[in-house]
Design a protein around this ligand. Structure first.
Ligand code: NAI
Length: 466
C-alpha cells in the first residue's frame, strides 16, 4: 500500500486549519503543510493569535507547529512536495449566474484543482475535503487528467469533514465516524487505504467508513440537511408552544427520550446560522431540481424557510412586546457569533436581528466575547456592500455585557455563550429603564429568577398562557 509521508492542505480555514493540525499532532511521522493564498491568514496561523477561535486549538498548534506542521503561502511548493493533498477551500453559495442563491460556487475548488494539475510532477492522491455537490469529484478528475503531465496519475477521494465549530478539536480527536469515498477500482481502493492508514493512527478502524465516491459526497449534504431539519422541526413546534401554553424544552425533552429520536439537536432557538447548514441545504435543493425532482427540492427548501421564519418571528416579537415601536430605543444584543465557542459569524442570526432592529430605527449595542469590532462592522455592512455612515450613529459595540445593557430598554440574547448564564442580573436591572425587557433567543436564562427581579421575560417556545 501507498505510505503517505507528506500531506498538503489547500485552504487554511475553519476546516483545513484544525483538521490538518490534528493530523500533524497525531501523526508525528507525517509532514503536514497547510497552504493558503491569504497572507494575513497564514501570518496569523504562524503567530500567537490564531485566525480562528476554537477551544483546544492553540495547544494542538503549539505542540506541532515548526516540527511537522507548517503554514505557508507557497501553494506550489506544498503541492509539489506532497503525496496526498486535501482540498479544503471555501464553496459558498453562488451569488450570480446559473443557480444563483442555491448552487455551490465551485470556482475556488476548480482553481485549486487546476493548480494541482499544473504544478504536480509526480502522482498524487487528491482528497476533496470541502463540502461539494454530488459528483464534483468527476469534474475534478476531468480537470486533473486533462492537464496532467506524462507519468503523473491522480486518485480522487472524497473525505467530507463532520466537525462542528466550537467543538472542532474534540470532534477531530474522537470522531463519530470518518467517511472516505473512492472509486471502486483497485487503484481507487489503494488510495482509500492510504488515507485510512493516516486516520488509523488515532481513530479506531471500525469508525472509518469506506464507501463509493458519490455516496460519500451525498452523505455530507444529507447529514447537514437532516441536522438542520431537526432544528427547524423543533423551532416550528416552538411557535405552537408559545400559542398554547406548552413548553418547548419539556416537549423536546419528552420527544428526545425516544431512543429512535435521540436528545441532541432538539434545542429551540432564534434559528440556526453558520456557513454550512443553509448553504448545503440550498445545494441539495439545487441538486434535486437539476435531477428533475421538484417535490424533493420543495421538501428540503422548507427547512431553510422555517429558519427564516423563526428569525423574523423573534424580531417581530421584540417590536410587538415593546408596544409596537422600537424607534429610538436602545436594544442590547448579547452575542454575535452564530453559536457559542466560536468567533465565526457567517450567517449568524444576530446579523438578521440587528438589521431588523436598525430598519425599525432602533439603537443597538452589541457585545460578543470572541468577535472583533471589525468583524461586526463587516457583517453590518455586508462586507462593504451597505454604506456604514448612515447606521454608524445607531450602533455601539461594547466591551462587556454591563456596558451593552446599560440603559437598554430591551436585552436580546442571540448566542448561548456560557458567560450569559452567570450574569449579575440584579445589577443589570438596576441600570435599565422600566419596564425592563429580556428576550431569550437561546433558552439559556432562568426565566423565573429574572421575573422575580422584575424583568419582563420573553422566551422562545414558552407563551404567557398558563
Ligand atoms: P474558509 O473560508 O474558512 O477557508 C477556506 C480557505 O481557502 C480560505 O482561507 C481561502 O483563502 C482559501 N482558498 C480559497 N481558494 C484557494 C486556492 N485556490 N488556493 C489556496 N487557498 C485557497 O472555509 P471553511 O469554513 O474552512 O470551509 C471549507 C470547506 O469545508 C467548505 O466547503 C465548507 O462547506 C466545508 N465544511 C465546513 C465546516 C465548518 O464548520 N466551517 C464543517 C465541515 C465542512
Amino acid at each position: 500500500p501507498i505510505q503517505v509521508k507528506k500531506i498538503c492542505c489547500i485552504g487554511a480555514g475553519y476546516v483545513g486549519g484544525p483538521t490538518c493540525a490534528v493530523i500533524a499532532l497525531k501523526c508525528p511521522h507525517i509532514q503536514v503543510t497547510i497552504v493558503d493564498l491569504n497572507q494575513q491568514r497564514i501570518d496569523a496561523w504562524n503567530s500567537d493569535e490564531l485566525p480562528i477561535y476554537e477551544p483546544g486549538l492553540d495547544e494542538v498548534v503549539k505542540a506541532a507547529r515548526g516540527k511537522n506542521l507548517f503554514f505557508s503561502t507557497d501553494v506550489d511548493k506544498g503541492i509539489e512536495e506532497a503525496d496526498l493533498i486535501f482540498v479544503s477551500v471555501n464553496t459558498p453559495t453562488k451569488k450570480s449566474g446559473i443557480g444563483a442563491g442555491f448552487a455551490a460556487d465551485l470556482k475556488f475548488l476548480q482553481l485549486a484543482t487546476r493548480r494541482i494539475a499544473e504544478v504536480a510532477k509526480s502522482s498524487k492522491i487528491v482528497v476533496e475535503k470541502s463540502t461539494v455537490p454530488c459528483r464534483t469529484a468527476d469534474a475534478m478528475r476531468t480537470i486533473l487528467e486533462a492537464n496532467s503531465k506524462p507519468g503523473c496519475s491522480f486518485d480522487i477521494l472524497s473525505n467530507p469533514e463532520f466537525l462542528a465549530e466550537g467543538t472542532a478539536i474534540e470532534d477531530l480527536f474522537a470522531p463519530d465516524r470518518v467517511l472516505i469515498g473512492s472509486l471502486q477500482t483497485q487503484q481507487g481502493k489503494d488510495a482509500c487505504e492510504a488515507l485510512t492508514q493516516v486516520y488509523a493512527n488515532w481513530v479506531p478502524r471500525e469508525r472509518i467508513l469506506t464507501v463509493g465516491l458519490w455516496s460519500s459526497e451525498l452523505s455530507k449534504l444529507a447529514a447537514n440537511a437532516m441536522l438542520a431539519q431537526r432544528i427547524s422541526s423543533v423551532n416550528a413546534l416552538s411557535a405552537i408552544c408559545e400559542a398554547t401554553g406548552a413548553n418547548i424544552d419539556e416537549v423536546a425533552y419528552a420527544v428526545g427520550k425516544d431512543t429512535r429520536m435521540g436528545s441532541k439537536f432538539l434545542k429551540a432557538s432564534v434559528g440556526f446560522g453558520g456557513s454550512c447548514f443553509q448553504k448545503d441545504i440550498l445545494n441539495l435543493v439545487y441538486l434535486s431540481e437539476s435531477l428533475h425532482l421538484p417535490e424533493v427540492a420543495k421538501y428540503w427548501r422548507a427547512v431553510v424557510e422555517m429558519n427564516e421564519y423563526q428569525k423574523s418571528r423573534f424580531a417581530n416579537k421584540v417590536v410587538d412586546t415593546l408596544f409596537n415601536t422600537i424607534t429610538g430605543k436602545k436594544i442590547a444584543i448579547l452575542g454575535w457569533a452564530f453559536k457559542k465557542d466560536t468567533g465565526d459569524t457567517r450567517e449568524s442570526p444576530a446579523i438578521t436581528l440587528a438589521n431588523h432592529f436598525l430598519n425599525e430605527k432602533a439603537r443597538i449595542n452589541i457585545y460578543d466575547p470572541q468577535v472583533s469590532k471589525d468583524q461586526i462592522w463587516l457583517d453590518l455592512t455586508d462586507y462593504g456592500d451597505i454604506p456604514a455612515e448612515p447606521i454608524k450613529p445607531h450602533v455601539t459595540i461594547s466591551q462587556s455585557v454591563e456596558e451593552a445593557c446599560h440603559n437598554a430598554e430591551a436585552i436580546v440574547v442571540c448566542t448561548e455563550w456560557d458567560e450569559f448564564k452567570k450574569l449579575d442580573w440584579q445589577k443589570i436591572y438596576d441600570n435599565c429603564p422600566r419596564p425592563a425587557f429580556v428576550f431569550d433567543g437561546r433558552l439559556i436564562l432562568d426565566r423565573k429568577a429574572l421575573t422575580d427581579i422584575g424583568f419582563k421575560v420573553t422566551t422562545i417556545g414558552t407563551g404567557d398562557r398558563l
